[in-house]
Design a protein. Structure first.
Lengths: 379, 123
């Protein structure tokens, strides 16, 4: 089993069976979309899942999945997924669900309902925190999770409200893995990061994964700004289009006068792409567009080495040095295009900056460019 | 404890109570969305990027004209009035209102919110 979240999967590897994972989020971040996303990844791998929900109607889980663009309905139809309603009993309303926990205050009741569903691979418990809100102590539920763990993998969701730190510590100690999602305030915006606090089955170094719940799209490793810059007529707009699943540009007479904007969605990575104008007259707005970028793609015209000085100037104007940089050596289809080696020599950028040959208008080389970029974003 | 984003969203919700306003957002001057209360069908990230570019371009034009600071940018669109207003060094407040909106009222409300937004952002 894997979580379906890039970088995290790359680093923690295959999740062994019969483990208990705690997915803990800071107040204000709903853990459910993360649970649903992991569940969707498991279902895609034909693993049988049960989703126990005690803080919203089962229909809300389906709706949440739908807004994320995930079709969990078909898995319910072919009995790969069962949702257990432990909410209706709590607030005392009637439920049309097939699996209903009559008395969610009694953990044995929850266990009995789950036992009705045979041969499960993964159980999602949404959520431990709501259970604490009902019962004050998580003890009995944790005991049940332990029992369930002998038969399946358990993923428990947890909103880390201001509980007694002792309780939180006790809860975390009961799990084989703890994944924490919290906001990190950056220069102007707040980004969400996933931190693996504990991975019981593998020794790992500390790392953080920038995540965002896209609706639709689901949980993606997300970068809010990747800058595409370079001299006039190098093919920046075409590069933005080649990298994006959807893109717009503000252009007049075929040259960008304001900004190209596109979305990249590639192998579990998502990013907003900002393409700058290349003409010097637009340099005053470059600083706005470039601010807070996390990586830079420098597009150059391989047939015009005389523009390379301008290319490097744009790198310093956009304060790109220090960020991951990938060069797109564009227009490689033209007969007078310089070779990648010749370009490397002429540009004289740091050795670890890759130069990728591209023909942006034909989307040639885009994949290699994205691979180089995402590889650097993972570091 | 309320986070900054929640506080900003609360300010935007106050704008939503002004009849004619259909959506609003706090956008960083670099185009990234800080908080948004735009209708679901509006691509807020793209709108953020374009609002910042628009503001940046007009600001540069203002400097070129030598006529001082810009107060706001108003775009009259077929089915909306779109207003962008600086909210300190880091941010812009943008709002979209129906074309028949009372502009004076709209500006007063937005200016009020700008003050609170600047306080929240600490700029």
């Amino acid at each position: 089993m894997r979580t379906g979240i890039r970088i995290l999967d790359d680093k923690i590897g295959e999740i062994p069976g019969n483990v208990a994972i705690l997915l803990s989020t800071s107040p204000g971040i709903d853990p459910a979309p993360f649970g649903i996303n992991i569940m969707d990844a498991a279902l895609k791998n034909n693993l049988k899942c049960v989703y126990v929900v005690n803080n919203k109607p089962a229909s809300a889980v389906r709706r949440e999945a739908e807004t994320m663009g995930l079709d969990i309905g078909r898995y319910e139809k072919n009995k790969l997924l069962h949702i257990v309603d432990a909410f209706s009993g709590y607030i005392g309303i009637h439920s049309d669900e097939k699996y209903v926990v009559e008395n969610p205050f009694n953990p044995k009741n929850i266990l009995d309902e789950i036992k009705k569903i045979q041969k499960n691979d993964i159980l999602f418990m949404d959520s431990v925190s709501s259970y604490i809100d009902m019962k004050e102590s998580p003890k009995e539920l944790l005991q049940i999770i332990k029992t369930l763990k002998e038969k399946m993998t358990v993923v428990s969701l947890f909103s880390a409200w201001e509980y007694d730190p002792k309780i939180i510590k006790e809860i975390k100690a009961d799990f084989d893995a703890v994944l924490v999602i919290k906001p990190v305030e950056e220069v102007t915006i707040v980004r969400q990061f996933l931190f693996p606090e504990k991975i019981g089955w593998k020794k790992i170094e500390k790392f953080a994964v920038p995540v965002k719940v896209l609706k639709p799209g689901g949980v993606k490793v997300y970068f809010p700004k990747i800058l595409v810059t370079g001299p006039y007529n190098a093919g920046k707009s075409s590069t933005v289009k080649a990298l994006s699943s959807s893109a717009v540009s503000v252009d007049r007479m075929g040259t960008t006068v304001a900004l190209d904007h596109g979305y990249m969605d590639y192998k579990g990575f998502a990013a907003d792409i900002y393409g700058t104008p290349g003409q010097e007259t637009f340099d005053p707005i470059l600083q706005y567009l470039a601010d807070e970028a996390v990586a830079v793609i420098l597009v150059i015209d391989s047939t015009k080495p005389e523009t390379f000085i301008r290319a490097k100037e744009m790198l310093s104007k956009t304060k790109a040095y220090g960020l991951p940089i990938v060069v797109a050596a564009n227009k490689q289809d033209l007969s007078n295009a310089l070779s990648v080696d010749a370009i490397k020599k002429k540009l004289a950028l740091p050795k670890d900056v890759p130069v990728c040959p591209t023909v942006a208008i034909e989307k040639k080389g885009a994949e290699k460019l994205l691979d180089e970029l995402t590889e650097r974003l993972m570091r | 404890m309320e986070t900054k984003s929640e506080k900003l969203l609360a300010e935007l919700k106050k704008l939503a109570n002004v009849g004619s306003i259909e959506g609003s957002a706090v956008v960083a001057r670099n185009g990234l969305i800080i908080a948004s209360d735009m209708p679901r069908d509006v691509d807020e990230r793209r709108l953020g990027a374009m609002s910042a570019t628009m503001m940046g371009a007009v600001e540069t034009a203002a400097i070129t004209l030598n006529k001082g600071q810009i107060k706001r940018v108003t775009a009259e669109i077929e089915k909306a009035i779109f207003v962008a207003m600086g909210a300190g060094k880091k941010a812009i407040l943008v709002a979209s209102a129906s074309p028949d909106a009372n502009l004076g009222m709209l500006m007063v409300e937005m200016e009020e919110r700008v003050k609170s937004i600047m306080e929240i952002l600490g700029v």
